[in-house]
Each structure stands twice: as C-alpha cells, then as structure tokens.
Design a protein. Structure first.
Length: 252
C-alpha cells in the first residue's frame, strides 16, 4: 500500500465506473485527499451505499456509458452542481467472455466495444468540451496490460484496451495546447470482481500471480495511487502516456 499523500483540496473529480474495484478505491483516495468526488455507474443500489459510506463527501449519479445522452447529462449535472470538472477518470469496463477469438459472438463484440471503447469516448467528449470552456483539466482513462501486450483468450477486450491507448494518445496531442492533460493507466492483474469473472473457472489467481515478475496480484489501492499521481500537479508535464502499473508484467 502506498504512503503517498495527495492534496486535492478544492478539486472536483468525476469517476465513471466508480462504484466498485479500482474505481471505488480511486474515489476513496480522491475523497480522502480533500476533493469533491462524483461517482457514476449503472447500479443505483451501489451508488446509494457509497453515498452513505462516505457520509456525503462523495456524490453519485447513475449512468450507463453506452448512452451518449446520459453521459452528456452526467457532465451537465456535475458542472451545475460544482461549476467545473478538474479531473475526470474514465474507468468503466467489462471483461467479455474468456476464450479464443473465433468463439466470440457479434453480441459479445458489440458489448465490449460499446462499453470499453465508445463508453470512454462518450465521457472524454463531454469532459473535453467542459474543460475547454473552463480553461483546462486532466483526464485519466483506464486501459490495461492488454493495451500494451497480447493476452490470449481475451482478444476483443485486448482490442478495446489497445484502442483506449490510441484514443488517449491522439486526444492528448490534440489538446496539448489547451491545458488539458490526457493519460491512461495500464494495470496488470488486480484483485477485483472483473478479474475473477474474467478468468474464473479457467485460471487460478495463483497462476496469474506467478506470471507477474513481482509474484503477486495488485490491490485496487495501488492502481488508485497511480491514477492520482497522473491526475496531480506532480505529473504536470505528462500527457499522452500509457502508464503500466503491473509489477513488471509488460516488460517481462
Ligand atoms: N481487475 C483487473 O485485473 C484489471 C486489469 C486491468 C484493467 N482493468 C480495468 O479496470 C477498470 C475497472 O475494473 P475493475 O477491475 O475495478 O472491475 P469492476 O468490475 O469492479 O469495475 C468495473 C466498473 O465499471 C462499471 N461499468 C461496467 N459497465 C458499465 C456501463 N455500461 N456504464 C457505466 N459503468 C459501467 C461497473 O459498474 C464497475 O464499477 C476496467 O476498465 C477494467 O478493464 C482491470
């Protein structure tokens, strides 16, 4: 667990896909570092639990990232509430079925691309419009080791995560002179529901840990720390970067 201390006092932070796993740990870190945090996700019950857990320091707005008009409303709601979006974390993602590329159905493919790629773009589109109008901001997208290297049996997930790397790099270049920094993190295996659903019944988590040079799976808080650093002023000259947070997996 990181001992890094961040100061996000007076910052407004949006975490889309923030009701569980990496997103929830990220919302927690920003909130405990002084930020006003809006968590968004599809599950209203989870949202209510989070609002109660954080005693009002975290707000919730329901959204399905596949729905562009709902994402637009989310950005409007946040700016009406707090006036600006300093930091946006686009973290929503699904795993898709485990198996070879030829076994994927058209429906599987569509769902993965709609959430993991178009969903991130929907968020970026309205965040960037808002950030242009307010004079700047920071965006961090959640990619994966699968943005950077081959991971077999999750080819369409990997394709969507490679696409996030491209989207991040190109939009960072477009907005370099607009005071908007855009980066992505590329986590290795992290102990969350997504990882268990992705490999459950196929690979034991111990086997996955053994593939990682550091010999273990990450905790969500370790990914949250990297997201917070990218979003902080300490990373003020970092844009268009895909930051591997993977215990050495990508370079092994
Ligand atoms: N766990 C890992 O090993 C791992 C590794 C690399 C990258 N990631 C990425 O990290 C991100 C978070 O995943 P996690 O591991 O914390 O798992 P998770 O399942 O806990 O989190 C995924 C989040 O995305 C949200 N989401 C799913 N569909 C959505 C939709 N249509 N609209 C809005 N939100 C939606 C969920 O509600 C959830 O909060 C994902 O993008 C995932 O691809 C995870």
């Amino acid at each position: 667990m990181s001992n890094l201390k961040f100061d996000f006092a007076d910052k407004t932070v949006l975490v889309i896909g923030g009701t569980s796993g990496i997103g929830l740990a990220t919302a927690d870190l920003f909130a405990s570092s002084g930020a006003q945090v809006m968590v968004a996700g599809p599950d209203e019950d989870q949202g209510r639990e989070i609002v109660a857990k954080f005693s009002g320091s975290v707000a919730f707005h329901a959204v399905d990232v596949r729905d562009e008009s709902a994402v637009k409303l989310l950005i409007q709601a946040m700016t009406e509430c707090w006036g600006r979006i300093d930091i946006a974390i686009n973290n929503a993602g699904i795993e898709g079925p485990f198996g070879p590329v030829e076994a994927l159905s058209d429906e599987d493919c569509q769902r993965i691309i709609d959430i993991n790629l178009k969903g991130i773009w929907h968020g970026m589109k309205y965040q960037i419009l808002q950030m242009l109008s307010q004079g700047g901001g920071v965006i961090v997208n959640t990619g994966s080791s699968a943005s950077l290297r081959a991971i077999s049996n999750v080819a369409m997930y990997s394709a969507s995560k490679h696409a996030i790397a491209g989207l991040t790099k190109a939009s960072a270049v477009e907005h370099g002179r607009n005071n908007i920094r855009i980066n992505a993190i590329a986590p290795g295996p992290v102990r969350t529901g997504l990882l268990e659903r992705m490999v459950g019944g196929h690979i034991q988590l111990d086997e996955i840990a053994n593939m990682v040079p550091m010999g273990r799976i990450a905790e969500s808080s370790e990914i949250a720390s990297a997201i917070a650093w990218l979003a902080s002023d300490s990373a003020s000259f970092v844009t268009g970067h895909i930051l591997a947070v993977d215990g050495g997996l990508t370079v092994a």
